[in-house]
Ligand binder design. Structure first.
Ligand code: ADP
Ligand code: ADP
Length: 228
């Protein structure tokens, strides 16, 4: 069941000081229900790749298709979670309000939104904190709010860009297990980007490796996960 197809994607940034080929000729595909990791060192073009996939940036050449439709505007049915969770939450809204906000256009029914929000907060273990404000929560809890918001939205694909780079090791392990649970128990399709090889192997059913030297390398590595 083909979900995402990235074909020959290339992005060159032009500036007064010259041009930089941030990504060159990336091709991979992802099926619905898969958890795919993209791993590579800083500067290898991960952020550029994600911006192209989510339609925020126009590639120099190549294409991105979500369920066979080209990803251009209007925004595709995707949800994004970034490293900077604090900045993505509205401090004047409660946890419940933050999770509900993006649903307003997609789900006009207030009762349906309420149901989706409660369900998402339960899924990330935050049902007890629905009435709190983001600044009352730890960094790890704030990142759970950002994840709940994505879960409630029910995107075709959840894109996570180094989401746990800024939290401590124990919190990170807990959040990684949460991502695995969302994938295994809810069948969410997740594209997870990290510079951490260990994290990519722990999480990903498939790992796409990006590397910058000596030339562009892209390998599709199949990883057998141990059963829980
Ligand atoms: P990563 O996310 O893996 O760190 P990036 O996609 O941010 O990689 O960057 C890849 C390369 O493209 C780097 O050399 C970076 O300096 C360059 N780059 C990224 N964004 C721009 C931009 N807006 N203009 C020029 N160069 C850029
Ligand atoms: P990250 O490391 O998280 O990918 P950066 O701090 O490298 O982000 O980049 C922040 C912003 O600056 C991004 O929007 C990126 O596209 C842009 N950028 C990165 N490198 C360059 C560059 N060499 N020239 C211009 N813009 C850049």
């Amino acid at each position: 069941d083909n979900l995402l197809t990235v074909t020959g994607l290339r992005k060159v940034y032009d500036s007064s000081t010259g041009s930089v080929e941030a990504i060159g000729d990336i091709t991979f595909r992802m099926d619905a229900g898969e958890l795919v990791c993209i791993v590579g060192p800083s500067g290898c073009g991960k952020t550029t790749l994600l911006k192209c996939i989510s339609g925020l940036l126009k590639p120099t050449s190549g294409s991105v298709e979500l369920r066979g439709r080209p990803v251009t505007s209007p925004p595709p049915n995707m949800a994004l979670v970034f490293q900077e969770y604090g900045r993505s939450l509205y401090p004047w809204l409660t946890v419940r309000g933050n999770v509900e906000l993006p649903l307003k256009h997609k789900y006009p029914s207030r009762s349906e939104r309420g149901r989706l929000v409660e369900d998402a907060l339960r899924a990330v273990g935050l049902d007890h904190a629905a009435a709190s404000y983001p600044w009352q929560l730890s960094g790890g809890m704030q990142q759970r709010v950002a994840i709940a918001r994505a879960v409630a939205y029910q995107p075709e694909v959840l894109i996570m860009d180094e989401p746990f780079a800024a939290v401590d090791a124990q919190t990170r392990a807990d959040l990684e297990d949460l991502v695995r649970a969302l994938h295994r128990e809810r069948g969410m399709s997740i594209l997870f980007v990290t510079h951490d090889i260990d994290e990519s192997v722990y999480l990903g059913e498939r790992v796409v490796v990006l590397s910058k030297s000596p030339t562009w390398v892209q390998e599709d590595v199949h990883v057998d996960l141990p059963d829980d």
